[in-house]
Design a protein around this ligand. Sequence first.
Ligand code: ATR
Length: 273
Amino acid sequence: PDRYVVIGNPIAHSKSPDIHARFAAQTGEHLQYERLLVPLDGFADALGNLMKSGCRGANVTVPFKLEAFELSSQRSERAEAAGAVNTLRFDGTDIHGDNTDGVGLVNDILCNTPVRIKGARVLLLGAGGAARGVILPLLAQEPAALCIANRTVAKAEELAERFQQWNAGKSRLEACGFEQVAPDFDIIINATSASLSAELPPVPAAVFREGVFAYDMMYGKEPTVFMRHAASHGATARDGLGMLIEQAAEAFFVWRGVRPDTGPVHNALRAAL
Ligand code: ATR
């Protein structure tokens, strides 16, 4: 079978082998997909060894996405825009770097919910790697507005500035601090790492009014703090399990040219949380 790995540190928790095994079984693709724990200073060596051993590709997770970007000999536009790579395809001595995180988010919303991004006013909370990774695919849907809000406002401003060059649909692209967010958004996406410490980005509670779709990139067995907060103010909330599965489906497509059916995989993983 063709061999693939997911590389990270830590990596034991990764659900990617389970997801890709299910995709492979479903599509009849003959492949093997394993976890690879790599020391913090050992990423480049690990890539070299994988390529020598005939490995066909890799997913890359924390903390190696920037290094994967730098070591890629070619990059997709969405990887270029994200400034990070989560999917590598090995082709002879070439390393193709891609980023499927943003498309994963967008596809989860478009394919698995009734929410429309085109024409919507979108609020993106956070301006770190997770936020940057989703901006290009969001802009490609031509939202009416995309406002990036962050604790450190300067980082949000930098991102808004940087992404003007990709704003072909001419969305209103803005930046602000959490406290200044006005209650006029249709979609609110939490890309901060605040959830990790059970904290909330301090946006006014009024933004989570009825009719708002609130998406947390985090997920867990129970609804996240962000989801519970949003729902308690009338919003509809969704966690990031769908994004995880859709980014994997996009990587599977990059490698195999086949699109798996994500619905049954989502149900199975949800049940196993
Ligand atoms: P990631 O790759 O998860 O995006 P990151 O690049 O370190 O990680 O970015 C973390 C993001 O979460 C940043 O937007 C950070 O805000 P700052 O840029 O001001 O640091 C945000 N963040 C982290 N903890 C937060 C908290 N407790 N409240 C609000 N925002 C938080």
